[in-house]
Design a protein around this ligand. Structure first.
Ligand SMILES: [Zn+2]
Length: 176
């Protein structure tokens, strides 16, 4: 099984192949726009995708690196929902106690992320998830960043290809 460095460096290095493939498709009429910004954002999604499937392994760097983000998101979401709902007489105390609840939610999310993750090299290591990742990248670029559809489609394709590269290096490309 290739390690973190191998996966990520393969992504860093092989991006020109994805660019060539997308350029060739665009040349034959595919609605892909390889603008400078799309190429750079595509690179980011491609390289991230080259390690993202190992999210399903509890010891993988990407799994451990994602947990704080998940905890902070959960704690922040809980605080947003309960802010102002606790009244112990002192405003500073109210906020602090609300953050006790938010922090507990953060801790729960930390463990839930590992417990709820599908088994290693299960469905997360599949072309289905590569397609979902590509779709999310497209939506983020098209609607999140407000870029043109052709740029979004190029970034989505790059994300899909980076994710698929990981599956290829693992030696197991399956549909689901
Ligand atoms: Zn893997």
């Amino acid at each position: 099984m290739p390690n973190y460095d191998t996966h990520v460096l393969s992504g860093v290095l092989s991006y020109p192949v994805a660019v060539a493939l997308a350029g060739l498709l665009a040349d034959h009429g595919a609605p892909l726009e390889l603008s400078t910004m799309a190429l750079i954002i595509g690179y980011a999604f491609y390289v991230l995708g080259s390690d993202l499937p190992d999210m399903d392994h509890p010891n993988a760097l990407i799994h451990r690196g994602t947990k704080p983000i998940v905890s902070v998101a959960a704690g922040g979401a809980v605080y947003t929902n309960i802010a102002g709902s606790i009244d112990l007489g002192q405003p500073w105390l109210n906020t602090a106690v609300e953050w006790v609840v938010a922090a507990l939610a953060g801790v729960m999310a930390w463990f839930a992320f590992t417990w709820l993750m599908p088994r290693h090299r299960g469905i997360v290591h599949s072309l289905l998830f590569a397609a979902i990742y590509g779709g999310l990248a497209f939506l983020m670029v098209e609607y999140g960043l407000g870029m043109r559809t052709g740029e979004g489609l190029f970034v989505g394709l790059s994300a899909f290809l980076g994710y698929t590269l990981h599956l290829l290096l693992d030696g197991s490309v399956k549909l689901v």
